[in-house]
Write a new protein. Structure first.
Length: 226
């Protein structure tokens, strides 16, 4: 599953920022997809007051959005909560969950930012570079950047900009609900990232990929392994 780069995880926040700076240039911002028949959502939660990181990955059929496979991983949390360094807290468990899959996903939709990040290397970009899987960042809140009014029509969006650079799309997935923040993670263009999010979004604000992963993570939190 892991065909990208590797780096140590037992690092300080300063070292983590240095890793982000070093790897940010490895992000591929154009389309290099092998297919979209298997789309996976990723969601992460914490148990025992944050002492345990819980990562869920659910693979869906890209045409029907029906579940193909799911994987859940738990491991001790080893990195503190530091704004902008979410990936160092969550990715080790995500990688473990990805390793538990027998059907490799072709695209990951990650609950978090890609290049819409102060150092242009959020969790979706980090995960993409580490695995070399195409990744889309889909976040519920803005981390950095500014944007104008978002059109009310479903599927419309406006650019998210920072220092004159377009770093994402503020996308209206449903009329009458708050937009989501879509950004390039790895091996996708922004236009393709938006199209993939809309293809996975039906009656709700968030795409079915990450909603399925969230349901799995929430279920396992209360009822134990499947």
């Amino acid at each position: 599953m892991r065909e990208g780069v590797e780096h140590p995880w037992d690092v300080t926040p300063r070292e983590a920022r240095q890793i982000q700076e070093r790897l940010r240039n490895r992000v591929v911002t154009h389309d290099r997809l092998a297919g979209t028949q298997r789309l996976a959502g990723v969601d992460v939660g914490f148990e025992e007051g944050g002492a345990v990181t819980r990562a869920a990955v659910v693979v869906l059929d890209g045409n029907t959005l029906e579940t193909v496979e799911r994987s859940l991983a738990r491991r001790p949390t080893t990195f503190p909560y530091v704004p902008g360094l979410l990936s160092f807290r969550e990715i080790p468990a995500i990688l473990q969950a990805l390793d538990g899959l027998t059907i490799p996903p072709q695209v990951l939709l990650c609950d978090g930012h890609g290049i819409a990040h102060p150092r242009r290397f959020g969790i979706a970009a980090h995960l993409g570079v580490l695995t070399d899987i195409p990744v889309v960042g889909v976040a519920k809140k803005r981390l950095v950047g500014d944007h104008g009014p978002v059109p009310e029509e479903r599927g419309r969006w406006c650019p998210l900009e920072d220092d004159g650079e377009v770093i994402g799309a503020v996308l209206r997935t449903r009329r009458g609900v708050k937009p989501v923040y879509v950004s390039i993670g790895h091996r996708v263009s922004l236009e393709t990232a938006v199209a993939l999010v809309m293809a996975c979004t039906s009656r709700f604000r968030l795409p079915e990929t990450t909603r399925a992963a969230h349901r799995l993570a929430s279920l396992e939190k209360s009822s134990g392994p499947p």
